[in-house]
Write a protein that binds this ligand. Structure first.
Ligand code: FAD
Ligand code: SF4
Length: 398
């Protein structure tokens, strides 16, 4: 006998209709499904509940007196690692895709939530449930836009899958953790990446149109260490635009408001997090949060070259100096941020200290953004760990 639970009576919102979180919506996809029934509780921008969900997912929440916990979240282990044979076209060395492929081929899960590109628009994210390694590999590389990964939740339920791997960024994972008991799964694995400074599809378009000579043929771009943006075009040619030549006025407010008010840079609720910022260049940074994360990592252990995490330098002065820069109109454009990153990378903090630098400068910027734009949300929306991080710095008092 099947019991129809109350959320089935709800209906997902139509595309482009206003979302419960309004301007702060990160388009995580939950509201595209009947799970919108739980939005007040589940939405990362309506109900910050990281500590409570950490306790459910990992058996404990961050110990705020331990610096590594405070910054990187609950964890058993951290390391630097890279695929001995990098996956071509992956964002870094493709550890995320490697794990997802093994999860399928070793029968741990029946499907993987991930995001491919839309066939008609290479920058339009297209969330899917991958059932084969080929489908996982087709989702490799970061999509530089907000992505409604949870929009496939109804399909998960309809598929009858009992064992699922979800790949996603912090806001998606917070909402997923809130509803994970309601999808009919026996086992959920969560593989996360850090995430920061994302943009809407329109924001991305504005950036491409203001900056490239031929926006419609751009296939990929990267902020490079030579202080130029390299646009790769369909015909293989590379267009280089100096950071300083960019139209900062037009590109003001290019980051999504959700990302300007996010404090879950490190994806606190994933079982395993794969990023880069706590590791030496060319390595990835792995944070194993619990036994489920360890189980996933073990599947690829023999494909990886690893080394311990390390930390060097002192970020504090650089962060304090970054605050007025970020503050000037909240415009600190991404190239300036990257530029600062490059300088810092050359002369300053390394390894975990670099990760702390990036967390501190984003949290101080975002704290100011919330304080100015959503003062009524400041107290409840900023998690305790972020408040403690921000308190280390002097902020403008207005
Ligand atoms: P791949 O094997 O290439 O796989 C990438 C996976 O990410 C794919 O499975 C895909 O489904 C998923 N994905 C791609 N785009 C999105 C999206 N928009 N939303 C949800 N899922 C997506 N790491 C840091 O350490 N510091 C950072 O500042 C940082 N910023 C990031 C900003 C963004 C917008 C994103 C999406 C990621 C960011 N990361 C950051 C994570 C990092 O860039 C890599 O994604 C991560 O190290 C995995 O690399 P990989 O080669 O193993 O991934
Ligand atoms: Fe809904 Fe997700 Fe937007 Fe919140 S962030 S309003 S849960 S789609």
């Amino acid at each position: 006998m099947s019991v129809v639970s109350s959320h089935h009576k709800a209906k997902g919102l139509k595309p482009n209709s206003p979302r419960p979180a309004k301007a702060l919506c990160s388009e995580c996809g939950l509201c595209d499904t009947h799970y919108i029934h739980y939005v007040k509780e589940a939405c990362a921008f309506l109900n910050e509940q990281i500590a409570a969900l950490e306790a459910e997912a990992h058996g404990k929440s961050r110990d705020l007196t331990q610096e590594d916990d405070l910054y990187f979240g609950v964890h058993q282990e951290m390391m630097a690692a890279r695929n001995k044979e990098p996956i071509e076209g992956a964002q870094w060395t493709g550890i995320v895709s490697s794990i997802a492929c093994e999860m399928l081929t070793q029968g741990k899960v029946e499907g993987v939530v991930c995001v491919q590109n839309h066939p008609d628009d290479r920058f339009q994210p297209m969330p899917i449930i991958a059932r084969t390694p080929e489908e996982v590999l087709a989702a490799r590389v970061n999509k530089p836009t907000l992505s409604p990964n949870l929009s496939i939740l109804e399909q998960v339920e309809q598929s009858g899958f009992k064992r699922l791997l979800a790949i996603g960024v912090g806001c998606q994972i917070q909402a997923l953790r809130s509803v994970q008991d309601k999808i009919g799964l026996e086992k959920l694995y969560v593989l996360g990446t850090p995430c920061v400074d994302n943009v809407t599809r329109e924001g991305l378009q504005k950036f491409l149109e203001t900056t490239s000579k031929s926006p419609e043929t751009v296939v990929h771009y990267e902020f490079m260490q030579d202080f130029r943006v390299h646009f790769k075009h369909e015909d293989g040619s590379i267009e280089k635009v100096p950071f300083f030549g960019l139209n900062t006025k037009k590109l003001k407010d290019v980051f999504a408001p959700s990302c300007m008010s996010c404090f879950d840079y490190v994806n606190s609720l994933a079982d395993l997090v794969v990023g880069y910022m706590g590791a030496p260049f060319q390595y990835q940074w792995l944070v194993v949060r619990n036994d489920i994360g360890k189980e996933m990592l073990n599947l690829v252990a023999d494909q990886l070259e690893t080394q311990p995490v390390s930390s060097q330098g002192n970020r504090k002065a650089a962060v304090q100096q970054s605050i007025p820069a970020y503050d000037q109109g909240v415009t600190l454009p991404m190239w300036a941020a990257k530029l600062m990153g490059v300088v810092i990378e050359k002369i300053g903090p390394k390894g975990l200290e670099y990760a702390r630098f990036s967390i501190d400068s984003h949290f101080t910027r975002n704290y100011l953004y919330v304080k100015r734009n959503y003062p009524e949300k400041l107290e409840d929306h900023v998690p305790e760990f972020a408040k403690r991080i921000v308190e280390q710095y002097e902020l403008p008092t207005d």
